[in-house]
Every structure is written in structure tokens, then in C-alpha cells.
Write a protein that binds this ligand. Structure first.
Ligand code: BES
Ligand code: ZN
Ligand code: ZN
Length: 517
């Protein structure tokens, strides 16, 4: 006790000589600093385990930071932060964040890189504390992995408040005490990609209509015009293509549908077969005539999450100049009830001539994807990945822990899984058994039924089996992102709201393909 009191006295004494008055810094241009500290390993003495940047900062203050850390409370737990004021003339506010165990690495049980995930979590917590103090500029410790630190900062600071009068402080973040600018910039890009998807998903459906969605993506791709071509296909084009399944969904709405087609030509070999990404783009899903209950229907403004994550990842692939060719397809429309809407029991014909009995108009995602997948095959892609907020059953199965992946290709599964371990935005493999196929190919009036025979059982799997009827390519994966669509508090570095998942995993996957030729 006596010892502690003496230390405190010493600290206070030093404080008086090193305290920097507020008058020295304009309140509005105060700079913040985020520094990391690792957990002590078992058997270690009680010395602090600071990161390299934090140790450098501590040294420049003759050990003042470690001194304050020790007297201010117990060792910092993973993801927790503590703020110190007035200890450095350039940084009036310093947030120290807990990083957990040093070199924790990849965890087989969790299917992610724990070190990276801890850094994202800790850095975002520190940045947010500083944002709450209305600090406009923060410098961030790389914590040994500049990319993850940048992701934590940029994802953690994002807030969709465009439509509010009172907005959160806009904070800019910069790397501190590390030379790894390449890693930092890459992390910023990955996170900005996810933030673009979050913005599109969170925005209300009266703002992000199919037309507005397509225009936003066109604007974002404008700086990369040299390598990108964009086609915003009209209703007339969709009809010419005989996309009867897509049109059967859009016809209940007053908003015209758009079929968005993006070509990113990043490979030096222009003939290289493209990666094809297809995203479900229902800008609002009321359920149609099979109307959804009104509670939580507002969340269905994010039913274009597949299109948002696919398009955002193509914007980022272009910004990162990934040496790979990618084609992105997004069938965009609303699913609404009206006198013109499709009725349960109606039969429609997809682009490949297959007939579909639409017994539930709320199972609309698979209809628009069916036509997009048929069209996508015309580009002879090396792999097809479709992404969709397809079924509530996917949320029941895995919740928000991981995206469900249904694939006919072990190779494609490995690539996606590998990417997700790095990003921490996880995937989990789901079955594509014939068992489920039989439940969608047994239809009274048509070749297929848009819902499984035993409607509620295995709903995510019957939806995937339905999509498979429109795929002949050997490397295809369907990603059901309904469970990861939104975040309450499960992913600590994402605020409550639409998540933009799994954009970073898609970009990392595309980068992996680019580098493996
Ligand atoms: N967009 C929904 C799925 C969804 C639900 C996404 C919750 C995100 C959160 C989809 O169009 C849908 O309504 N699917 C139905 C299918 C059913 C009628 C076979 C569902 O999951 O209930
Ligand atoms: Zn639906
Ligand atoms: Zn839907």
C-alpha cells in the first residue's frame, strides 16, 4: 500500500512538470494516439509487454507511460482500453489498448487468425474512445500488423449518420511508429470496401433504389475507367434476354429493375477467364404477395447485401489494381405486392428455358439469381461465386458467426476458407446433397418449385439446391449471407447496423486468385 502511494506521489510530481496545458493545443486540432499492450504470458514477471511503437513512445517519455499504466489499474484485458491525458505535447489524448496474447496466431478451432482479430478489436475500441472525445485525427500503432490495425481503425470509426442532423466526429487515422505503409494502405482499402457495402446496405430503400444503387457504383468506379466497363441494363434488355424469373420478381414494383454488369480487366492477359461474382440485389424485400410480417421488415432494405458486397469488392479490386479479371453481375429490383405482382402458384420461365412454379413470392432471391447465373455462364468464367441474403434459415443455422458456403468445388472452398482465416470474416461449408435437390425438383406444374417440399426443414440447403439447377460450371460457390447481414454487438469492431460482410473476404479471395495466376 505504502509502495503504491509513493509511486502515485512520484507520478503526480512528474505530472506537474510534464503536464501540457490545453491552451497549447487548439481544442479542435487535438491529436489522439492509440498504442497497444500485450497480455502477460504465464510465468512472466509483472513487467509490461508493450508493442514496439508503445515502447518507443514510453522511452521518449522516460518510462512515464508504463508507470501510469501500472498505477492506473489492473493489466489491460484484451479489447479493453484506457485513456491518458496530457502526457505528451503532440498527443493530448493517448488510448492504450489491450491486445491479448502476443503471437497468438491462427486458431484452428476458431478458424481465424487470433492475433489479427485481437488487433482489429483493440484498435477500433481505442479509436472510438478518441472519437467520443471529438478528436479529429488519430495516429495508430501497427501493433505488429499494420493491415489489421488499419482495418480496426477504419471499420471501427464508420457510422452511417448521413441522414441525421447530429453527426459523429469525422476522424482521420494515420499509421504511427511503423514503416509498413503498404500494409496500412491495404487495410484502409479493405475496410473502405466493407464500409461502402455497409453504407449501401444501411441506406433506406427509398434512397437506394435499383437505379440509385447502379449510379453509386458507377460513380465509385469512375476513377478506374481505364480498366472498368459498366453496363446498366434496362428492363427492355432484361426482357430481350428472356430473364422471366427476374422479371417475375420486379413486376410488382413501380421502380424499374436494373441488371448491373461490371467488367474489371486487371489481368495483363485480357483473355484470362474471369472470376464471376453475382450478387442478389433486392433493394427492398416486402415478400411480395406472400407478404412478410411487418415487424423488422425495415431490415429488408439490406436484401441487396449480396450485390453491395460483390460490387464493393470489385471497386476495391480496381483500387488495389489486382492483376485479375472479374465480372460482377447484380440483378437489382424491389419485391413488392401489387395488382401486377406474381401470385403464389404462378409459373415463370428462366433464361435457360426451365419452368419454375412460384409457390412463395418471398423466395424471390433464388429467382433473380437463377437468370443471372444462366447469363454469367456465357462468359466462360474460371469460377463463379454468388452472394445473397437468401434465407432466414441460414441465420437459424449459423447466426452471425460465419457465411454459409455451398459449393461443388473443393478447390474453391479452400480458396474461400483460406481468405476468411486471414480476414476474420469467416465462412463455413454447408451441404449440397441430392436429398435437397429432390425437394425442389418435385413440382406439380413446372420443372422446379421455388420452395422446398417440406418448406421449413433445411431451408438454406433447399435454396442452394435450387440455385444448383442453374449451374453447369465445375467451380461454383453460393454464399448465403443472411445470418451475417447485420451486427448487434457480436463483432466488436463493427457498430450496430448492417455489416457489409463478407466484402473483405471476397477481396482477399480475389487477391489470392490474382497472385496464384
Ligand atoms: N431476404 C429473405 C431472407 C432473409 C431473411 C435475409 C432474414 C436476411 C434476414 C428471403 O428473400 C426470404 O424471404 N426467404 C424466405 C424463403 C422461404 C419463403 C422459403 C425465408 O427465409 O423465410
Ligand atoms: Zn424474400
Ligand atoms: Zn429476399
Amino acid at each position: 500500500m505504502l509502495l503504491v502511494r509513493r509511486t502515485v506521489k512520484a507520478a503526480v510530481r512528474t505530472n506537474t512538470c510534464r503536464c501540457f496545458s490545453v491552451a497549447q493545443t487548439h481544442l479542435s486540432d487535438r491529436k489522439g494516439l492509440v498504442l497497444g499492450v500485450f497480455e502477460q504470458q504465464e510465468g512472466e514477471d509483472d513487467s509490461l509487454h508493450l508493442t514496439e511503437a508503445a515502447a518507443g513512445f514510453d522511452k521518449s517519455l522516460s518510462g512515464r507511460l508504463s508507470e501510469l499504466l501500472k498505477i492506473s489499474g489492473p493489466a489491460l484485458k484484451k479489447g479493453k482500453s484506457r485513456m491518458f491525458y496530457g502526457i505528451h505535447k503532440d498527443f493530448p489524448c493517448v488510448a492504450v489498448v489491450g491486445l491479448g496474447k502476443n503471437k497468438a496466431g491462427v486458431c484452428g478451432a476458431e478458424n481465424w487468425d487470433t492475433s489479427k482479430e485481437n488487433i482489429r478489436q483493440a484498435v477500433s475500441a481505442g479509436c472510438r474512445l478518441l472519437q467520443d472525445l471529438e478528436v479529429k485525427h488519430v495516429e495508430v500503432d501497427s501493433c505488429g500488423d499494420a493491415q489489421s490495425a488499419a482495418e480496426g481503425a477504419v471499420l471501427g470509426l464508420f457510422q452511417y449518420d448521413q441522414l441525421k442532423s447530429k453527426k459523429k466526429t469525422k476522424v482521420t487515422a494515420q499509421l504511427h511508429g511503423s514503416a509498413d505503409m503498404v500494409g496500412w494502405e491495404k487495410g484502409v482499402m479493405y475496410a473502405e470496401g466493407q464500409n461502402l457495402a455497409r453504407l449501401l446496405m444501411e441506406a433506406p430503400a427509398n434512397h437506394i433504389t435499383p437505379t440509385a444503387f447502379a449510379n453509386t457504383i458507377e460513380e465509385k468506379l469512375a476513377p478506374h475507367a481505364e480498366r472498368v466497363t459498366i453496363n446498366k441494363r434496362s428492363q427492355a434488355w432484361i426482357a430481350e434476354q428472356q430473364m422471366g424469373a427476374f422479371l417475375s420478381v420486379s413486376k410488382g414494383s413501380e421502380e424499374p429493375p436494373v441488371f448491373l454488369e461490371l467488367h474489371y480487366n486487371g489481368s495483363p492477359d485480357s483473355k484470362q477467364p474471369p472470376l464471376l461474382l453475382v450478387g442478389k440485389g433486392i433493394t427492398f424485400d416486402s415478400g411480395g404477395i406472400s407478404l412478410k410480417p411487418s415487424q423488422s421488415m425495415d431490415a429488408m432494405r439490406a436484401d441487396m447485401g449480396g450485390a453491395a458486397t460483390v460490387c464493393a469488392s470489385i471497386v476495391m479490386a480496381a483500387a488495389l489494381k489486382l492483376p485479375v479479371n472479374i465480372i460482377g453481375l447484380a440483378p437489382l429490383c424491389e419485391n413488392m405486392p401489387s395488382g401486377k405482382a406474381t401470385k403464389p402458384g404462378d409459373v415463370v420461365t428462366a433464361r435457360n428455358g426451365k419452368t419454375i412454379q412460384v409457390d412463395n413470392t418471398d423466395a424471390e432471391g433464388r429467382l433473380i439469381l437463377a437468370d443471372a447465373l444462366c447469363y454469367g455462364h456465357t462468359f466462360n468464367p474460371r469460377a463463379i461465386v454468388n452472394v445473397a441474403t437468401l434465407t432466414g434459415a441460414m441465420d437459424v443455422a449459423l447466426g452471425s458467426a460465419a457465411t454459409g458456403v455451398f459449393t461443388n468445388s473443393d478447390w474453391l472452398w479452400e480458396q474461400l476458407h483460406k481468405a476468411s482465416v486471414v480476414t476474420g470474416d469467416r465462412v463455413w461449408r454447408m451441404p449440397l446433397f441430392q436429398h435437397y435437390t429432390r425437394q425442389v425438383t418435385d413440382s406439380q406444374l413446372a420443372d422446379l418449385n421455388n420452395i422446398g417440399k417440406y418448406s421449413r426443414s433445411g431451408g438454406a440447403c433447399t435454396a442452394a439446391a435450387f440455385l444448383r439447377e442453374f449451374v453447369s460450371a465445375p467451380h461454383w460457390a453460393h454464399l448465403d449471407i443472411a445470418g451475417v447481414m447485420s451486427n448487434k454487438d457480436e463483432i466488436p469492431y463493427l457498430r450496430k447496423g448492417m455489416s457489409g460482410r463478407p466484402t473483405r473476404t471476397l477481396v482477399e479471395f480475389a487477391a489470392g486468385l490474382a497472385h496464384n495466376g
